[in-house]
Write a protein that binds this ligand. Sequence first.
Ligand code: BES
Ligand code: MN
Ligand code: ZN
Length: 498
Amino acid sequence: MEFSIKSGSPEKQRSACVVVGVFESRKLTLPAELLDKAGSGYIGDIVRRGDMEGKSGTTLLLHNVPGTLCDRVLLIGLGKEKDFREKEFAQAIRSAVKTLNETGAFDASIFLTELAVKKRDVAWRVRQTAIIALDATYRFDHFKSKKEEIRRPLRKLTLCVERRNELAPAEEALKQGIAIAEGMTLAKDLGNQPPNVCNPAYLAERASTLAADLGLTCEVLERDDMEKLGMHSLLSVANGARQPPKLIVVHYRGTRPSDKPLVLVGKGVTFDTGGISLKPAADMDEMKYDMCGAASVLGTLLAVARMKLPINVTIIVPATENMPGGNATRPGDIVTSLSGQTIEILNTDAEGRLILCDALTYAERLEPDTVIDVATLTGACVVALGGVASGLFANKDSLARELLDAGDEAHDRAWHMPLWDDYQELLKSPFADMANIGGRYGGAITAACFLSRFTKKYDWAHLDIAGTAWKSGADKGATGRPVSLLTHYILQRAGQLN
Ligand code: BES
Ligand code: MN
Ligand code: ZN
C-alpha cells in the first residue's frame, strides 16, 4: 500500500473515498461537520435518522454525497468522545482500512489522523495509522494454492492533517511508521512459516540475505564453532534434532564503530516439542512460533536499518529445534554453559533459557551498552498476563522504565515483573550450580532469574512474549510484537522521537 500526507478540507478531496469519524451520541467530528456543511446537512440527517450512531467499530458507506468532490464517504463510528484513547484510535483505523478493502475504492483520504488522542501528537497518529493499516491488510497465504482474491484492494491511503505546519513532522512519522510496519511484517512472515520450512538453516539464510540487502555484516556460527567456544548448554538443546543449530549474528552500524552497541538477543527455537520432556499433542503446532523472539529482533533490525538510525545495534539469534531422539538430552543431564556455570537439566522443555544463556554470555564480547533478550519463554507468563502485555524483567530500573514507556508509546505494552533475589533460591540444584527449572509457581520469574545469572556484566532486560507473539483460534497468526516496542525504544534512544 502507498501512503501520502496532505492538508486540506474533506469536501475538496477528489478521491475515491473520504473517511471521517462520528462519535457516539451522533456527534460529528470536525471533518464530518465540514462535509455536512458542504452538503447542506446531508450527513447530519443520516446520523440523526439513526443509520450511524457512532458506536466503536461500526461503519457506513455513502455514495454521491452532495457538495463533495469524492465518489464516496465512509463514516467510522468512534465510540464515546471522552473515552477515545489509543485502543479506540486503533479500532477506528482498522475498521476503516478493512471496509475500504471491501469497497470499490482504490484510494482513500482519511481524516482520522486529526482526531485528538490524549497526550498524542500528530506524529504519533500518523505513525500508528501506517502501522495499523499495514497490519490490518496483512495476510499469509503463501501456501494456499488458490489465493483469496480481493477484487479491488485499497492501494493508496492519503492521511490528512489539520494544519500545514503539521506536514513536515507527519512526513517524518510516516517514514517511521512504514519502517516499523515492514519490520513487523518480516516478523509475522517468519513466525507464520511452517516448521518444516523455517528451521535454523532457514533463519540463518534469511538473516544473511537481509544483511546483504541492507549492507550489514552477518556471521553464522556452526555447531563446530559452538563446540570450540564451549556453548554446551545451547548444544544440549540441539542434541535431539536432525537439523543443525546455528548462532546468527548481524551488525548494524549507524554511528561510530567505537560506540557500544545495543544488543538484541532473540530466542530461535524453530520447533519446540519439549524434547524428552515431551509436550502434550494438543496445539503443539503453535510451537512453530517458538522462534518469534528471533523474528522480532530481525524485524527490529530491518526497521532500524530502513530508518538509518544513528545507533549501533547487533542482533544475536541462537537457533535450534527442540526434538526428542536417541541423542537428545535426558532429564538429569548436567551441562557446562559458556559462562562456566553448570546446569542440571531437570526438564528438557525449559530449553529457551538453555540456548539464551549461552547467547547472553556470547554478547559480552561485543562490549554491549545494553542487552535485551526477547523470548517466547514461559507458559507461566501467558497465565500471568494473557495476550495483552509482554512480561518485562530488568536488572536496572531505569532501563525497565524506558522500555515500559516505549511500549506505551507504541501501544505494544509490557508489564514490569519482579526479579527479586528471593526467587533465586528456587533454582537450587543438589548436583550443579543451578537447575533449569524452579518448580510450580512463579515460572516466568524463575525463568528470568535463571537468565539473570548470565547477564551480570551489563545492563539487561528480558521480554517474555509467550502470550503476545501470536494469536490462537480463528485469527491464528503471528502478531509482529514486540517489534514496535523495541523500535520505539531505539527511536527514543537515538533521539528521533519528540
Ligand atoms: N516455548 C515454551 C513456552 C511457551 C509455552 C510459550 C506455551 C507459549 C505457550 C517454553 O520452551 C516452555 O516449554 N516452557 C515451559 C517451562 C517449564 C518446563 C518450566 C513451560 O512454560 O511450560
Ligand atoms: Mn519448551
Ligand atoms: Zn520453548
